[in-house]
Write a protein that binds this ligand. Structure first.
Ligand code: M6R
Length: 365
């Protein structure tokens, strides 16, 4: 049911304060400063012996996995790899018996993710799912895992599933972290920030009108770069994928500093760069990457924290998001990028919910 929304994609974007709240419900334990994760079907002792994590997925779910890698390595100090399921299913990487595998998938039916999961299971690895659709093939075949509780996602472009996946991966990193090196006060702090996320997302959604204005100015361009660093690098990849799949515009996501190793050759007056540049430790570096693009006459749209005058001085257009801890920035920064692709697609007359050549779940190889 669309309610008052013209498209499922827009409805699903606006559901995110609620879907993130659902992902968190009953899963935060303030007393122990950890997450409550019921369905992994592994004992604390088994989890404690895990020394490596492999996350496997496709598309947007793979991007969420990349955020998961940064989280798991930072919070739990667990070496983590993110594998394209289509590659992992035919590769034979060395994996010890202490490797824990997660398949990340909205639909639970993606053929490559299912095959990669089966291959890992066959080799005897505990293989868990981070999945939205209850009762899906991956949900059923996994040894355990966590559901997203995002409700049905109808739009082909994945939006709310992405932010729920990132939320669940944050919970997982907190949980595995608290079994290892993460201190009680650090755990407390993460819990407090997570509890605030639904209202931060609500705040981020207020940029919608501004994004629509910006889209009107930029919808004419045929090539885009999306640039961000650390936690916002996967967000750059995700923003570019959203634009590609529903607007049919060529867009590339890169870690901002990689630009000078090639992509900067693409920068000209006709190639806008979308910089994801909220406040963080290396923000000055990203700002200098932004200046390099401006110096080559590239139009710049920036996603920045409310009131960031330095970014506003350089960028042509700024979309503001609330200031949150670095590891939670993917959640707030994804919002304006989802909206940007939505508005640009509309302006270009594209079918937002059912883009050409794409299916909601890719059940063929
Ligand atoms: O259902 P899944 O999460 O396994 O789907 C994976 C990809 O096919 C999916 O994320 C695809 O990239 C989306 N259309 C992206 O918006």
């Amino acid at each position: 049911d669309l309610g008052d929304y013209p498209h499922y994609m827009l409805k699903e974007i606006f559901e995110q304060p609620q879907t993130i709240e659902n992902a968190l419900r009953g899963r935060l334990d303030s007393e122990e400063a950890t997450a409550v994760i019921g369905g992994l079907n592994l004992t604390a002792q088994q989890l404690r012996t895990i020394d490596r994590v492999v996350l496997t997925a496709c598309g947007t779910s793979w991007h969420a996995g990349l955020v998961g890698e940064y989280l798991l390595e930072e919070f739990a100090r667990l070496p983590t790899e993110v594998e394209y399921a289509s590659e992992l299913r035919y590769r034979n990487p060395p994996m010890s018996d202490r490797t824990l595998v997660f398949a990340i998938t909205q639909s639970g039916e993606t053929a490559d993710t299912l095959a990669a999961m089966r291959e890992c299971k066959r080799k005897g690895h505990p293989t868990l799912a981070i999945c939205n659709v209850v009762g899906s093939t991956i949900g059923r075949e996994a040894d355990g895992g966590m559901y997203l509780r995002a409700g049905p996602e109808i739009g082909v472009a994945s939006t709310k599933a992405f932010t729920s996946q990132v939320t669940v991966l944050t919970l997982l990193a907190l949980y595995l972290g608290r079994m290892r090196h993460l201190s009680y006060p650090a755990g407390k702090r993460i819990i407090k920030q997570l509890r605030d996320m639904p209202s931060k997302i609500e705040e981020a959604l207020k940029c919608n009108d501004r994004v629509a204005e910006i889209a009107a100015k930029y919808a004419k361009y045929d090539n885009y770069l999306y640039l961000g660093r650390l936690y916002n690098f996967p967000v750059a990849l995700e923003g570019a994928l959203k634009l590609k799949e529903i607007s049919y515009i060529h867009a590339e996501g890169y870690p901002a500093a990689e630009m000078k190793h090639g992509p900067i050759a693409l920068v000209d007056e006709q190639t806008p760069s979308v910089f994801i540049v909220p406040k963080c430790g290396i923000q000055p570096k990203v700002i200098s990457n932004m200046e390099e693009v401006k110096a080559r006459k590239g139009p710049v749209i920036a996603i920045a924290c409310e009131g960031d005058a330095e970014v506003a001085r350089i960028a042509d257009d700024v979309i503001y998001v609330p200031d949150v801890e670095e590891y939670l920035q993917p959640l707030v920064c994804a919002i304006p990028l989802q909206l940007l692709s939505y508005h640009v697609a509309l302006l270009r007359g594209c079918n937002v919910d059912r883009p050409r050549n794409l299916a909601k779940s890719v059940t063929v190889e």
